[in-house]
Ligand binder design. Structure first.
Ligand code: NDP
Ligand code: ZN
Length: 348
């Protein structure tokens, strides 16, 4: 990111590892819609010469003197969120906010990201996970952010076994939320989106019904299908600033709205007064930056190994070579209708 709305290539110093850190060379990277918010909406404010990217699988090039479980040559899954585990926020159960709100989100935010020949990982033992033998890179790279975020959307939604759930937005994040809601026991499961590739995969991942928000209001469609009752849990994984309002409208009293969307613009998000019971509806509105760290990545890997999720199916566009990263990022910005997620494989 050269500045708001501008991307290009820069030469940067090779990062160096502190005692607990690692320097990693990427083997696969993927652009995220968050990179698009950051660059083209300037959502985090202006950033000059910031290296983008926070989704990667890589190989360790160098380790600090105190790193115990990894050595150069080890292949690793790199989480998008790499908290400071020796922080009060980590003790308080929100490691992703270590050292300030969103502080665990370092790559492509507070330090250079993974679209580089080498990148720095803080606290390697606590943040990296060994790449399981035989796991394809296009599967593993989906765990850094897409799987952990989507599944966290389902976890925050307090899904009860057999309850009714709506996932608004079925890009790669929402698709993983559909998969997560299905694993956590959703009964009826609405998926809101329109792109055919996503719709097909949502059905495969466990959605029971598709709502096309382009052919009618999603609120009206879901209320009609539920006889005006609405749903127990709503997961927001796409849309615009008004989507939170839609979500409150379709949640039942006592229901949960779980937001994992990144609002790139606007100062205030609208909560509808009446649908929120004039403030007394017991409708819970929650939002969260995803979980990172090693244990989370190991668990995401187990979901793949034991056949619970198949995130590699979202890799609709696979590129090879470093210089394709820009094309993949632009694809994520343009979102052609056959795209779910681009992945770039790099020299092993
Ligand atoms: P995509 O852009 O690929 O998908 C967005 C989805 O929302 C699509 O299914 C799209 O439908 C749907 N949509 C668009 N407009 C509306 C609308 N008005 N009403 C209902 N649905 C709509 O996004 P990603 O899956 O890549 O990312 C989703 C969000 O998650 C982004 O904001 C991203 O920044 C954020 N994110 C958050 C993280 C976290 O830690 N919380 C981590 C990673 C990402 P259609 O099929 O028509 O395109
Ligand atoms: Zn992301």
């Amino acid at each position: 990111m050269l500045g708001i709305g501008k991307v290009g290539w820069i030469d940067a110093e090779r990062p160096s590892a502190g005692p607990y850190d690692a320097i990693v060379r990427p083997l696969a990277v993927a652009p995220c819609t968050s990179d698009v918010h950051t660059v083209w909406e300037g959502a985090l404010g202006d950033r000059k010469n910031l290296i983008l990217g926070h989704e990667a699988v890589g190989v360790i090039d160098e380790i600090g003197s105190e790193v115990k479980d990894f050595k150069p040559g080890d292949k690793v899954i790199v989480p998008a969120i790499t908290p400071d585990w020796r922080s009060m926020a980590a003790q308080d159960g929100v490691p992703m906010h270590s050292n300030g709100m969103l502080g665990g989100w370092k790559f492509s935010n507070s330090k250079n990201g993974v679209f580089a020949e080498f990148f720095h990982v803080n606290d390697a033992d606590m943040n990296l996970a060994h790449l399981p033998k035989g796991m394809p890179r296009e599967q593993a790279v989906m765990l850094s952010d897409m799987a952990t975020t989507g599944i966290q959307g389902a976890e925050m939604a307090k899904i009860k076994t057999g309850s009714t759930v709506a996932v608004i937005g079925i890009g790669p994040v929402g698709l993983m939320a559909v998969a997560g809601a299905s694993i956590l026991g959703a009964g009826r499961l609405f998926a809101v989106g329109s792109r055919k590739a996503s719709v097909d995969l949502a059905l495969e991942y466990g959605a029971s019904e598709i709502i096309n928000y382009r052919t009618g209001g999603l609120v009206e469609q879901i209320l009609e299908k539920t006889d005006g009752k609405g749903v127990d849990s709503v997961i927001i994984a796409g849309g615009n600033e008004n989507t939170i309002s839609d979500a409150v409208k379709i949640a039942k009293p006592g229901g949960t709205v779980s937001n994992i969307s990144y609002y790139g613009t606007g100062d205030i998000l609208p909560i509808p007064r009446i649908a929120w019971g004039m403030g007394m509806s017991q409708k819970d509105i929650r939002g969260g930056l995803t979980n990172g760290g090693r244990l989370r990545m190991e668990r995401m890997a187990d979901l793949c190994i034991y056949g619970r999720i198949k995130p590699e199916k979202m890799a609709t566009h696979i590129f090879e070579g470093f210089d394709k990263i820009e094309e993949a990022l632009m694809l994520m910005k343009e979102k052609p209708r056959d795209l779910i997620k681009p992945v770039v494989l790099l020299d092993e």
